[in-house]
Design a protein around this ligand. Structure first.
Ligand code: ZN
Length: 339
């Protein structure tokens, strides 16, 4: 129903009107990974890995109707209250998946579109898989039909029950400290007899290597920022852990690829996932900006340490993509909240 409404609005060119009204804002888009094949079961159930063909179509649309600028330029505009180039868009990609290089980079090069990739440095440096992917893999690939963990019983008989299980365990694990989370995750992997490793990993879960990162850096089109070292939710960390996560990843990145690491993206990125303590630490160790996952547009008054972004997932075909960018969807949400 929503899509039908969106199609009508696009047919009537209402999105153009909204695009014009919102022309003096900076939109930052957030991608994660990319894919070139279909997925089975719960693999990629959130649609974080978008088809490369959809990515190419989106960039072509942006090049035609928007102005793709680098994050560096956007920060300079906001910091110095400069005039925003009409309909500015910034491309960002979180985590550091190998598909950023194998599938997205050829398109970025072909279309000469600048982008910033936020690296979880332990994922790249130690080739350690992300815990969310390990959980998704274990539940998707197990031969077991049930799982008993921490007095909770889950049925794993089909995709729907597996999806319920992934969602429920993921939200529980997000709330506990990283050390304990890893112990529970290993327990789940053992019980299910399925553990993501470099021999069995589907392409979508694999991390980038420093060599590929350097090659992208040398193109001048891709810049890199930190997404912490181990991807913890920073509001759950103590002062020392926060400093370690922010500083270690910055130093490692600067040493490995010879850049000044000025940009940061908060893991999970919602207001409850970071604190003023984290913002203070970012400033002290000389990060120039930090990006959240709070949806919205940016303007010269936006706090540089609370930049807003719109997530792009594989449900966002060009219809939804056009509606989100234009600002119609936030407008409709506001109306819905008023009613
Ligand atoms: Zn992330």
């Amino acid at each position: 129903m929503k899509i039908v409404l969106y199609k009508v609005l696009i047919f009537l060119k209402i999105h153009r009107l909204f695009q014009y009204v919102n022309r003096n804002t900076i939109i930052i888009l957030m991608y994660h990974g990319f894919t070139d094949h279909d997925h089975r079961g719960v693999e990629n159930y959130l649609g974080f890995h978008i088809p490369k063909s959809a990515f190419e179509k989106q960039l072509q649309y942006l090049q035609k109707d928007y102005n793709i600028i680098s994050l560096k330029k956007a920060v300079d505009i906001i910091k110095n209250k400069k005039k925003i180039p009409k309909n500015s868009i910034v491309l960002t990609i979180d985590d550091g998946y190998n598909s950023n290089y194998s599938l997205a980079y050829p398109i970025i090069k072909k279309l000469r579109a600048p982008a910033t990739i936020f690296l979880t440095t332990s994922f790249v440096d130690e080739q350690k898989f992300l815990w969310v992917d390990r959980l998704e893999y274990a539940i998707n690939n197990t031969k077991e039909e049930k799982l008993n963990i921490d007095n909770n019983k889950y049925i794993l008989s089909d995709t729907n029950t597996k999806l319920d299980c992934v969602r429920s365990i993921k939200s529980k694990l997000k709330k506990i400290k990283p050390g304990k989370r890893m112990v529970i995750l290993e327990g789940i992997e053992n019980e299910l007899g399925a553990k993501l490793n470099s021999n069995n990993a589907p392409d979508i879960y694999r991390p980038l290597s420093w060599n590929k990162i350097k090659e992208m850096k040398q193109s001048g089109l891709v810049n890199f920022g930190s997404h912490t070292h181990t991807h913890p939710i920073l509001s759950q960390c103590n002062k020392k852990q926060i400093k370690n996560e922010l500083l270690f990843s910055k130093n490692l990145l600067e040493r490995e690829i010879g850049i000044k690491c000025n940009d940061f993206a908060y893991p999970n990125g919602q207001p409850e996932d970071f604190s003023e303590e984290v913002v203070g630490c970012l400033k002290r160790i000389n990060y120039k900006c930090a990006l959240t996952t709070v949806a919205g547009k940016n303007n010269p008054d936006t706090n540089l340490y609370k930049l807003k972004r719109y997530p792009v997932s594989n449900r966002d075909d060009l219809v939804e993509f056009k509606i989100i960018l234009s600002g119609i969807s936030s407008f409709l949400n506001k109306i819905k909240n008023l009613i």
